[in-house]
Structures are given as C-alpha cells and as structure tokens.
Ligand binder design. Structure first.
Ligand code: BG6
Length: 281
C-alpha cells in the first residue's frame, strides 16, 4: 500500500496510489483533482487521449474530469472551473485501504467568475477492484448558492461499435444530438451507431445496475441521480483536436451527476456526491 508523489508531463504534480499487492493502481493529478489512470492487474480501465492537451486552463481529454459548479455551457466556462484549477493535498491514509483527500477553495479568479465562497474536498479510495470518489461541497458564504456537478468518466472499450450500456431502460432522457428532444429509453441496452449525447434524468435511480457490458459497474450516491452517456462518433471526433477520428472507437463516457436541476446550498451547509466504479471481471 503506498501513496507516492510524481510529476506528469512536467508541471502536473500528482499522486500515484498502489494497492497492497500492486494489483491495482491509480494516478491522480492535483490539477482538477483529476483521476488520470486506473489499472487492475496492469490493465488500463480509463481512456486518456493520445492528443490530450496538458496546459494550465485547458481541460484534460480523458480520465475523470470533475465538472463543477456548472454542467455544460452557460455563464461559466463549459463544465465549470473545478477541472482546470489546482487542488491541494490533504489527509492521506494507508491503513487497511488507501484514501487521499484533495481540497479546493474559492480564490480571486473563481470569485470573479462565480461570486461565492466555497470549500471542496475530493476523497478518493482505492480498493482491489474498485475505487470510490466523493465530493463534499461546503458553502462558506453568507448567501445560498446553486451548482450542477458530474463525474465525467472516460472508460476504455475495445470498440464502441460492440459496446453496450445497461441499466437505463425506461428512463427519460434529453437527446442533445436531436435538438434536445425528450425521449424514453425503450432498449434494454444503449448501443453506439453515431454521435451519442444524452442526459438520462434520474437514470441512477433505476432499479437495474448501471453497467458497461458485463465488465464495469458504476454506482452513484442518491445525490447524483442523473446519467450522461456520451461518445462523439466519427465525424465529431474528427473535428475535435484533442480526440481525433482514430480515438472515438476506444472510449465511452458514462457520467453520473446532479445536472437536470441545480443543488441549492445554504450558508454553512454541505453536500456530498459519490460514485463507485467497480471492475466485475
Ligand atoms: O469537450 P468537453 O467540454 O470536455 O465536453 C465533452 C462532452 O461532455 C458531455 O458531458 C456533454 O454531454 C457533451 O455535450 C460534451 O460534448
């Protein structure tokens, strides 16, 4: 069991977590509290684009970007600012399991963008075949504030054409590639035949587990009820400088969060949202 500091692409310090027998590991950057890599038995389970850009202020294409305090476009930069801020390391525990806390607070830059005082803690726990990440948001202001949030997880797949996402049948979704129409999922599994960008409202509350094939299970806390499923497809991927046509078949994003409406947090109140990602085989 170890937690070791490392530096990725000079300028991006992080922590490398290794589970007891070395069979599971995780790389975590302070930039964005970003999980960059998760391996079990030396197999990489998260996708990181070979065209990902590592520059201050730019989002990293792959791993687990943390979307906060705004999902998607809006008054703030796309997907908020937490993913492009440098967090600081807090408590580390390697007693009977590994956990690490990272923290982010408001600063001059965030106050200019979003005039609210906040404290974020991201706790990561690595186990043999799974990991948990839990975000705690505390309102340190004298006024209430609202936010949306999401774990934007990029999972590796052998081929998107043969990938299925289960657990969202009968759930209502917003189809972003069909003009934002509201539809109901009638299929037992989602398959990918082109650009797919959907927000499944309360998808995580479905009684069926959220699965990628029969390999990965994603479980969210009840405070993160929505599920976004995204793959850009060939044409859009071609136009995305940090993805490229060759990469779209290699990943699927299955993202749990609170995005259909906002979380409202009063002064001194705290909110927690977690996901557990488990390898089933
Ligand atoms: O390019 P970004 O900002 O990382 O966003 C990627 C995708 O993120 C998804 O969560 C959104 O539903 C998509 O609409 C978006 O294209």
């Amino acid at each position: 069991m170890s937690v070791v500091e490392f530096e990725y692409k000079s300028g991006f310090p992080g922590l490398r977590l290794t589970h007891s027998n070395g069979d599971a590991s995780m790389e975590l950057l302070l930039y964005g509290a970003h999980v960059l890599s998760w391996t079990v038995h030396n197999k990489q389970l998260l996708f990181l684009s070979d065209r990902a850009v590592f520059e201050q202020g730019k989002a990293i294409r792959g791993g687990v970007p943390v979307v906060w305090p705004q999902f998607g476009p809006g008054p703030l930069p796309q997907h908020g600012f937490a993913r492009v801020k440098t967090w600081r390391v807090g408590k580390t525990n390697i007693d009977g399991g590994i956990s690490v806390d990272l923290h982010l607070e408001h600063d001059e830059e965030t106050l200019k963008l979003w005039p609210h005082k906040f404290h974020l803690t991201m706790t990561l726990r690595l186990s043999e075949k799974s990991f948990v990440q839990e975000l705690t948001v505390t309102n340190q202001d004298s006024q209430a504030f609202e936010f949306t949030t999401l774990y934007h997880t990029y999972f590796t797949v052998d081929d998107i054409k043969n990938t299925k996402v289960f657990g969202l049948n009968n759930v209502t979704y917003l189809d972003k590639v069909d003009g934002g129409k509201t539809k109901t999922e009638t299929n037992q599994s989602i398959e990918f035949t082109g650009e797919t960008d959907r927000v499944y409202k309360d998808g995580g509350k479905n009684s069926n587990p959220l699965l990628i094939d029969d390999r990965i299970q994603i479980t969210a806390s009840s405070t993160m009820p929505d599920v976004v499923v995204w793959n850009p497809g060939q044409e859009r991927a071609k136009g995305m400088a940090d993805v490229g046509e060759h990469n779209f078949p290699k990943y699927v994003c299955v993202e749990v969060g609170h995005v259909s409406d906002a979380v409202k947090l009063g002064p001194n109140e705290s909110w927690k949202g977690a996901q557990e990602i488990k390898l089933l085989q």
